[in-house]
Design a protein around this ligand. Structure first.
Ligand code: HQG
Length: 181
């Protein structure tokens, strides 16, 4: 990815997940905003965006961070929100028997005591494979992978969701459903 694409991707994450109000933008409760309105608000706040650049970021995002609506008019972040303005009504879905969470070794003791909590975000994020979980964990230091007994958690009535980009979401994971891989 070129520097411009990476910077635009980070900017879109900031606006569409965390601080839309910083450029006077309103997202709907499903996280969507009209792309022309986004371009206009960003431009007024000093960041030049255009449709081609946005589409290029969407197409090249290896994590599929952003979703464009079927009619091509709106965009949203697939997951990772912290803004209270957004409350995506994800459809509940049966998870695979095992999911993975990548984190940093320095968080391990606390996680094994308290379980996984969503922190600033709306959900705990889980991956279907160890490779993706490792990449997620590396962001905060030496990675460690936790295996989540999703089948048993689901059986006990905990609701799982899958974001547009395949990331699994859950409200929290109690420690007894976790084991280091
Ligand atoms: C940790 C990226 C101590 C948790 C990724 C994580 C993902 C605890 C950190 C998405 C804890 C929160 C989300 C506890 C959880 N004690 N630490 N009880 N419970 N934690 O960034 O899952 O590149 O909010 O392990 O690919 O790392 O942004 O969550 O280390 O999908 O598109 O608290 O962000 O996507 O960190 O990452 P985060 P995450 P993007």
């Amino acid at each position: 990815m070129t520097k411009q694409l990476t910077e635009t991707s980070k900017y879109l994450s900031y606006i569409l997940r965390h601080e839309p109000q910083s450029i006077g933008l309103e997202l709907d409760s499903e996280g969507w905003v009209d792309i022309d309105i986004l371009i206009n608000a960003a431009g007024k706040a000093g960041t030049a965006l255009d449709r081609d650049l946005i589409q290029h970021v969407v197409d090249t995002s290896e994590k599929k961070r952003f979703t464009v609506s079927a009619d091509g008019r709106r965009i949203r972040a697939a997951q990772g929100h912290t803004t209270a303005a957004v409350d995506i009504q994800h459809v509940a879905k049966t998870p695979p028997d095992v999911l993975y969470h990548g984190t940093a070794t320095r968080f391990l003791e606390s996680i094994l005591a308290e379980g996984l909590r969503p922190g600033q975000r709306h959900h705990v994020h889980l991956s279907e494979n160890v490779g993706t979980a490792t990449e997620v964990g590396k962001r905060y230091g030496t990675p460690v992978i936790l295996q989540v007994d999703a089948a048993r958690l689901h059986q006990q009535g905990v609701v799982f969701f899958q974001a547009d980009n395949g990331v699994w979401l859950v409200e929290r994971v109690p420690a007894e459903f976790l084991a280091p891989v």
